[in-house]
Ligand binder design. Structure first.
Ligand code: ATP
Ligand code: MN
Length: 267
């Protein structure tokens, strides 16, 4: 199936969901059910200052964050990622990423503040990546536990994750080489390693353009665990590409990310 056709199919499904949402006028209710008062205040604040004009439907509802489709001041599509304040495992699982980060010296004990720190981290990682030419959603603004960035998708329909579509070998080669290039820019340009790299945190847009998402876990290359995270991510993706039909050598993949020769998998 062509990429266009797949996108139309996704649009169709989305429309159905959206109609359902509007019929039940679920959005406001669900916002109030899901988020605490302070989070709603932060959201209303953003809506008042004009950076964010409207919050539309839910794009993704995870355990620790929700992503909404929104519209900006000039009608541009935005992704609004809101971290939930309530998740109990949040701090425990994330402590390893924020210790040893010179950019964030004090690690807050207060849970709410810890979540804010997490959102700030994702924002500053996105800024650093974006400024180094890494294909990530353009970061717009961040406040407390809310991050506003470019919407990767069209008409409220997000692009598929790498995991979600079937690609033929030529398409996979193109995707693979873009991933290597993106990761090497992230590494050498931004000095960052994506701490949670997998086929679930890569989106594939129009013309098979690759985007890295979910950068909250990214760490500086000087972080004591940076090399381990890098290897783990490259192994995860290497396995994915291998299962999908490319011949991948993890050491070459790593070498490519660290700025060596580009390895075009399966060639
Ligand atoms: P989860 O636990 O649900 O995976 P997460 O913390 O991993 O959440 P992300 O991976 O950043 O958060 O985002 C969750 C989902 O929201 C993504 O898988 C993707 O479908 C969608 N999403 C994230 N960022 C964007 C964006 N900029 N544009 C469009 N969709 C996005
Ligand atoms: Mn994710």
């Amino acid at each position: 199936m062509s990429w266009e056709k797949k996108l139309r199919q996704r649009e169709f499904t989305k429309e159905r969901e959206q109609r359902y949402l509007i019929r039940r006028s679920e959005l406001d209710e669900s916002l109030e059910e899901v988020f605490d008062r302070q989070t709603l205040l932060t959201l209303y604040d953003m809506l008042n200052t004009g950076r964010l004009k409207r919050v539309m439907g839910v794009v993704s509802a995870g355990k620790e964050s929700r992503v909404y489709h929104g519209l900006g001041g000039s009608g541009e599509e935005l992704a609004v990622k809101i971290y939930l304040i309530s998740s109990a495992e949040f701090r425990r699982n994330r402590l390893q990423y924020v210790v040893n980060d010179p950019r964030f010296k004090a690690i807050p004990r207060d849970f709410r503040k810890f979540v804010y720190l997490w959102s700030e981290r994702e924002f500053s990682n996105l800024v650093e990546a974006y400024e180094s030419g890494v294909p990530v959603p353009k970061p717009y603004t961040q406040s407390k536990n809310i991050l506003v960035m470019e919407f990767l998708g069209e008409n409220g329909v997000r692009y598929p994750l790498l995991q979600e579509e079937e690609f033929d070998v030529d398409e996979l080669r193109s995707i693979y080489s873009q991933v290597v290039e993106a990761l090497s820019k992230l590494y050498a340009g931004a000095g960052l390693v994506h701490g949670d790299l997998s086929q679930y945190n890569i989106m594939v847009g129009r013309g098979l353009k690759v985007y890295l998402i979910d950068l909250a876990q990214a760490v500086k290359t000087t972080h004591p665990m940076a090399e381990a995270y890098l290897r783990r991510g490259v192994e995860t993706l290497g396995n994915f590409f291998r299962r999908a039909g490319l011949e991948i050598d993890v050491e070459k993949f790593l070498h490519g990310v660290r700025g060596g020769e580009r390895d075009v998998g399966g060639a």
